[in-house]
Design a protein around this ligand. Structure first.
Ligand code: FMN
Length: 351
């Protein structure tokens, strides 16, 4: 069917790369030339780089029920071609007892699909893959035994998917959940325009940080800068969890107490106070209370979060404050495991 396969991937903790590698392994058994390329904010692809009869794949995690913005931007600057292509989004898979639980895609396949369709591509595969959830800001990393079992299952499913698309069949599994995906699409949109920026300010380095600079060096979107000898997360952060899961000092935390207080102020106390003042002045405001309340959150929310984060970053240098932030971060505690895809799945990387 195909002479070449090029897979573009973005990954925070290795899941999407593991999936790309499984597809590559199947392609190699069919004597298909394989290239795997990492998506970065500066990666540009020229039309001429893509040989004829090439299947093009995109593997990436789901973030906020959507594809990560770095992937969407990459697709927007991808050349217009008529090639066959497939989309594989990794999601938050879990396992309870013997039951494998799926994540939710939202627009994670639909928005890339729309961009690619408008560019002239033919999409032959939509496949979500429920690899272990890496969102350790909200839950501890999944236990190793469970990780191994989820990986075994996903390897089998991904390879079956690869067999089918590489032999010319269409696989539209990802479209089964279309009604649910469309239902939650307002959350995807809110995440894209608001939520993701708020999340960039949920990382902090505690006193264990020895300023080795690894997080800054390894950040794939260059979102971390060192300020006052401490990493500072800028609005470019994709919350991919790479830094937090790979810090050798285990010093990167989600400051849960700080986040709860600031978000309570942003989503409730401050807009409520502003609304009270507005309603006092004109009854029109009470007629459209909910709408105006949300507009107030949109306008004031991010500036307050960004400003408070600057204060946090400054104060964490002080011993007492550092202690307070560190020990009110659930991620600090030993039982709050980190997560990374098992190394053996990341090594096979044909080029
Ligand atoms: C900020 C953030 C948002 C996420 N949003 C979703 C989501 O909307 N739906 C889902 O199924 N998984 C979600 N996840 C989980 C990841 O998509 C999932 O663990 C994925 O397999 C990670 O892949 P990677 O290791 O290639 O980065 C989210 C993870 C993070 C860190």
């Amino acid at each position: 069917m195909y002479n070449n396969l090029i897979i573009y991937y973005f990954t925070g903790t290795g899941n999407a790369l593991a999936a790309a590698n499984w597809i590559a392994q199947v392609a190699l058994t069919k004597d298909i030339q394989v290239k795997i390329r990492k998506i970065t904010p500066s990666l540009k692809v020229a039309k001429e780089e893509i040989p004829e009869n090439t299947l093009i794949g995109f593997c990436y995690p789901t973030h906020g029920f959507n594809a990560p913005p770095v992937v969407i931007d990459f697709l927007l600057r991808f050349p217009k071609l008529q090639n066959q292509t497939f989309l594989l989004n990794t999601r938050a898979g879990m396992k309870i007892s013997k039951l494998f639980l799926p994540g939710l895609s939202g627009l994670a396949q639909l928005s890339p699909a729309l961009i690619l369709k408008l560019k002239g591509f033919k999409i032959v595969g939509y496949q979500p893959m429920d690899l272990p959830s890496n969102w350790i800001s909200i839950h501890p990393g999944i236990r190793q035994k469970v990780v191994d079992s989820i990986f075994k299952r996903c390897e089998r499913i991904t390879k079956q998917f690869a067999e089918k698309i590489l032999s010319g069949q269409n696989v539209y599994k990802g479209l089964i959940s279309l009604p649910v995906d469309l239902l939650i699409s307002p959350i995807s949109i809110a995440y894209y325009f608001f939520g993701r920026f708020a999340l960039t300010k949920t990382f902090v380095a505690d006193n264990n940080c020895n300023n080795c600079g690894l997080c800054e060096k390894e950040c794939q979107v260059k979102a971390i800068s060192i300020k006052n000898n401490r990493p500072f997360w800028t609005h470019k952060c994709e919350s991919c969890m790479h830094c937090m899961n790979s810090c050798p000092q285990r010093s990167i935390q989600t400051p849960h107490l700080f986040v709860v207080i600031i978000w309570w102020l942003v989503f409730s106390v401050i807009p409520m106070f502003i609304m009270k003042e507005l309603v006092k002045n004109s009854p029109v405001f009470s007629e459209y209370f909910n709408l105006i309340f949300n507009i107030v959150v949109l306008i004031t929310g991010l500036p307050i979060i960004f400003f408070s984060y600057r204060i946090l970053h400054f104060l964490i240098k002080l011993r007492f404050f550092n202690w307070l932030i560190t020990y009110t971060s659930l991620t600090k505690f030993k039982f709050w495991r980190r997560y990374f895809a098992p190394k053996k799945y990341l090594d096979v990387k044909p080029n």
